[in-house]
Design a binder for this molecule. Structure first.
Ligand code: XMP
Length: 227
């Protein structure tokens, strides 16, 4: 169970209804659901709460890619925690003092898992993040984050992250499907979860697409581990 479904409602739909329909269609196939700005900007924390209330998955992730001073990131985290979210994503690049150390404290107090973006999945990510990668990873460690986001589109980056972070930090990897990575690529490189959005949510039959992703993940992992 290594699939996290990313629910980003497209334009022109009722964001809450769209997410609720997908959550009920996908059942317990995903280990977690990730929602972000496309839902929260349109529907607010009240809408987020309505969406979260129908989730029974283990991971309920607010991906707002927080990148601010600690005080502001903590305020936002308290707001999404009040909607029932149990995991938040922030950027590692903002650093520790005055930023992530405060957010990390807030997360501990609230029982929220903190996940930090250490490298993004889109082609332009390397321009800045490649130079900063070792610093970003050391920030993940220093903050004691529960997890890190590393790109499924660059398995070598996932591999390097796993080597540096060891086995105690969870790695979530977006970029499967619409951004080009194949299911299982990142798992073979050391990720714990693959985040998949449009490949599932835009499919004619989202449940069938999710089941197929999980099947392919299993097949690829057995192959790369020689099982
Ligand atoms: P698709 O539709 O491309 O959606 O499968 C991917 C989902 O993952 C998010 N995303 C990222 N999140 N770091 C992150 O923290 C990344 O590098 C990254 N790349 C994609 C995106 O917001 C969408 O929900």
């Amino acid at each position: 169970m290594s699939l996290i479904a990313a629910l980003d409602p497209p334009e022109g739909v009722d964001g809450v209804g769209w997410c609720v329909n997908l959550i009920s269609s996908l059942g317990n196939v995903p280990k977690g659901f990730k929602v972000g700005l496309p839902l929260v900007v349109r529907e607010g924390v009240r809408g987020l709460k309505d969406v979260v209330s129908v989730m029974s998955a283990e991971l309920v992730i607010a991906d707002l890619k927080l990148a601010d001073i600690g005080y502001v990131m903590s305020l936002v985290t308290k707001a999404v925690a009040s909607a029932g979210v149990n995991t938040v994503i922030a950027h590692a690049f903002v650093g520790t003092e005055g930023a992530l150390s405060e957010l990390s404290r807030t997360c501990s107090e609230l029982g929220i898992k903190l996940v930090l973006v250490a490298f993004m999945s889109h082609p332009g990510a390397g321009r800045v993040m490649k130079k900063a990668f070792s610093d970003l990873l050391s920030i993940v460690k220093e903050v004691g984050a529960w997890g890190a986001v590393l790109p499924a589109t660059m398995p070598e980056v996932v591999r390097a992250g796993r080597e540096y972070l060891g086995s105690s930090v969870k790695i979530m990897a977006p970029g499967v499907g619409a951004q080009g990575a194949e299911p299982g690529d990142a798992l073979c490189a050391g990720a714990d979860y693959e985040i998949v959005g449009r490949l599932i949510t835009r499919a004619e039959d989202p449940l069938k697409a999710a089941v197929e992703v999980v099947r392919k993940q299993g097949e690829r992992v057995r192959e790369c581990r020689g099982l």
